[in-house]
Design a protein around this ligand. Structure first.
Ligand SMILES: [Zn+2]
Ligand SMILES: [Zn+2]
Length: 138
């Protein structure tokens, strides 16, 4: 759907700043923190980015999640492709996982509409460093 339509369907005015934030999130491959979004705007203040992102969450356009129980929020468009992310425990790098390893569970008396899953481990670079460190100890 077009960004203008998404905003107007939610009863929001299509301001340039809202459109910009939506454009950045539409193009993003990963969930983004307000700081991530802020870094891609030309001079929009961080507090403006927060305000817009919170508004879009309130309207059900974005979802807001923390990753690994940190206090940092990551925003993502709702209704985009179903995605999961693998997070490196060492450097914090996130990468997209293109498969969903979860089979929809059949729960009696409960209609399942979705799920959340975070996959942890080590990226290739951190894994290599771990191996090197291990060798040094041996
Ligand atoms: Zn890593
Ligand atoms: Zn899934």
């Amino acid at each position: 759907m077009e960004i203008n339509k998404i905003l107007s369907n939610a009863g929001l005015k299509c301001t340039g700043q809202r459109i910009k934030v939506m454009e950045i999130l539409t193009a993003a491959d990963l969930p983004m923190s307000a700081e991530n979004i802020h870094a891609l705007t030309d001079g929009m203040s961080l507090s403006t980015v927060y305000r817009i992102a919170e508004k879009l969450c309130e309207k059900g356009i974005l979802s807001k999640n923390t990753i690994r129980d940190s206090d940092k929020f990551y925003y993502e468009l709702i209704g985009g492709a179903h995605r999961h992310y693998a997070i490196c425990l060492s450097c914090g790098q996130m990468r997209r996982v293109n498969v969903c390893p979860v089979a929809a569970p059949d729960i009696d008396g409960f209609t399942v509409t979705g799920h959340k899953l975070e996959i942890y481990g080590y990226c290739a670079e951190c894994e290599r460093q771990k191996q090197t460190a291990k060798k040094r100890v041996l």
